[in-house]
Design a protein around this ligand. Structure first.
Ligand code: ADE
Length: 229
């Protein structure tokens, strides 16, 4: 799977994409990341990508020329058509279901804005899918792009050490949160690991975990259970 990332801060991504699961996935050849600097597409010696909003108001707006030229040039760099995603707080909210959907595509282009947002003609010219990672405003689309990459890459085949890991996570099993996990030592500051987990009885362990996952979901996120009815 190929990721193309368009940003004015490619350096923000290098460390994150090189570490842990995301780095290993690239080493294994399951995914490839391609960073593109939108400033390379300005066609102006000041390399300007933003300007003041028409009609007045605070902040700056991403200009349509550099972004649209960058998207077109990057799209043409590979024959597989990409699913183009524009990161914006006005988009459809990203969730595990969308992560699973995106994980099926062969190529994703993530377009990161900064400042007060994108000139409206960028949306109109591209027809990209607009995606938000939640109801809060960040300073740009870079962190949201990294969140999406992480959630999507860990769903790729052969990326996680154990094939069931992705399925068992919170939201992965019947819309429930994850059950409580324990590791060594068996006792920490007077708190003991539940006996059932040390029993070696796999049937009992599975039942205990399913029950704990349900109880945790009821107490913390009953909305998830109502939504899945
Ligand atoms: N850009 C700024 N805030 C954002 C958000 N919450 N999601 C996606 N892109 C953004």
């Amino acid at each position: 799977m190929r990721f193309d990332i368009l940003t004015i801060f490619p350096e923000m991504f290098r460390e994150v994409l090189g570490c842990s699961i995301l780095g290993i996935a690239q080493e294994k050849g399951a995914v490839s990341y391609h960073l593109h600097d939108i400033r390379e597409y300005t066609g102006d010696k000041h390399r300007r990508v933003d300007d003041r909003p028409y009609g007045g108001g605070p902040g700056m707006v991403m200009m349509p020329g550099p972004v649209v030229r960058a998207v077109e040039a990057v799209e043409a760099a590979d024959e597989t058509p990409s699913l183009q995603v524009l990161l914006t707080p006005q988009g459809r909210t990203f969730d595990q279901e969308m992560a699973a959907e995106l994980a099926q595509t062969r190529r994703i282009m993530l377009i990161c804005g900064r400042y007060e947002g994108f000139d409206e003609r960028i949306r109109l010219a591209l027809g990209a899918e607009e995606v938000s990672i939640g109801d809060y405003v960040l300073s740009g689309g870079e962190l949201p792009a990294m969140v999406i990459i992480d959630a999507v890459v860990r769903l790729q085949k052969d990326v996680l050490g154990h094939p069931d890991s992705a399925l068992q996570d919170s939201f992965g099993v019947e819309g429930c949160l994850d059950f409580p996990q324990y590791t060594r030592p068996p006792e920490f500051r007077g708190m003991r690991v539940p006996d059932v987990l040390l029993s070696g009885n796999h049937q009992k362990i599975a039942e205990w975990r399913a029950k704990q996952a349900k109880l945790r979901t009821i107490s913390r996120r009953s909305d998830m259970l109502e939504a899945s009815r």
